[in-house]
Design a protein around this ligand. Structure first.
Ligand SMILES: [Zn+2]
Length: 321
């Protein structure tokens, strides 16, 4: 399996020295990855900004926070014996860590920093989180905001990613930004952790048109297990919201019907999501696999969703440079 998105490194960083990747009470640790048969686990360096910067880190610049997250990623993966994926062919040898970033504000508008990310081994670059930054605007229920396209620096970032072989991630981005990525991206782009807006009407999910454009460009959308993106039953407390397999199946079937089998992928968002999770860790994803198979999705399509679609996009970006 390849999981296109987790926030585990951010969760470890936020815990101070309390938690590690070898064994922890989070969704992802070494044992749960190995038991789940995961080959490629994406670890996002999520650069937290504005009012969400945790106490103890207030006053640090976004770039400083990204450097700390990267140091933590290196330390944790080395201690846990999970090698960094340098080439997609590494995945044939067993579990590897795939390095990604979330929140393009981390580079503070300095496009040359993308080369530093490339040296680290970053494979996927998320343009925005839920805030406006130097590159563009976030998804929003406000049509004026989500209608906005990329800023000039955002277009430059997309072009530079194309030159470096880094895949652009449109999860969290505005709808206008999505269309600009489709216009300026060289090769496939990706939505690492986004579901179908026609099934659950939140701006973080992708419209049918976006799913088809993503597919036309050879990209994939990773299924997100966050309760708020799977159904629209509100819960008073985040920890009471339910992430259910039956809702995941509804999203997958819709995405499959709208955009075909080549767009399907998994982007759990583990350790970035709360609630009562029917699938709390990678070693339980077989439950979703079973449910999808029972609902009529063939094993060859499930192979694509679990592994080969994401592998294809990673390989294509690698070959482009
Ligand atoms: Zn996210």
């Amino acid at each position: 399996m390849i999981d296109l998105h987790s926030d585990t490194i951010y969760a470890l960083w936020k815990s101070g020295d309390e938690k590690n990747l070898i064994s922890n009470d989070l969704s992802i640790d070494r044992e749960k990855l190995l038991n789940g048969g995961v080959r490629g686990q994406c670890f996002a360096l999520f650069t937290v900004m504005h009012d969400l910067v945790p106490p103890g880190h207030i006053g640090k610049s976004p770039w400083e926070i990204l450097l700390e997250l990267h140091e933590r990623f290196v330390r944790e993966t080395e201690a846990a014996g999970i090698p960094l994926m340098r080439s997609v062919s590494d995945l044939h040898k067993g579990l590897h860590a795939i390095l990604t970033t979330e929140e393009g504000g981390a580079i503070e508008g300095d496009i040359s920093r993308l080369s530093i990310l490339k040296e680290w081994g970053v494979r996927i670059f998320g343009l925005t989180w839920n805030w406006e930054n130097e590159l563009g605007y976030p998804n929003s229920n406000d049509p004026d905001i989500t209608g906005k396209g990329l800023k000039e620096k955002g277009i430059e970032a997309v072009e530079e990613c194309g030159r470096l072989g880094i895949i652009v991630d449109v999860s969290h981005l505005s709808d206008g930004g999505f269309m600009d990525v489709a216009r300026y991206a060289k090769g496939p782009f990706i939505a690492t952790h986004s579901n179908a807006r026609a099934v659950t009407g939140v701006s973080r999910n992708l419209t049918d048109e976006e799913l088809r454009i993503l597919s036309d460009h050879g990209g994939v959308a990773g299924l997100n297990l966050c309760p708020a993106f799977l159904h629209d039953e509100g819960a008073e407390r985040e920890e009471d919201a339910e992430s259910r397999i039956e809702d995941m199946v509804r999203h997958v079937i819709h995405i499959y019907r709208m955009a075909g089998e080549d767009v399907l992928a998994i982007g759990t968002d583990f350790d970035g999501i709360g609630g009562k999770l029917e699938i709390p860790s990678p070693d339980r994803l077989y439950l979703l696999h079973d449910a999808l198979h029972k609902s009529g999705i063939s094993l060859s399509i499930l192979d694509k969703m679990w592994y080969s679609n994401a592998e294809r996009v990673l390989a294509e970006a690698e070959e482009a440079v």
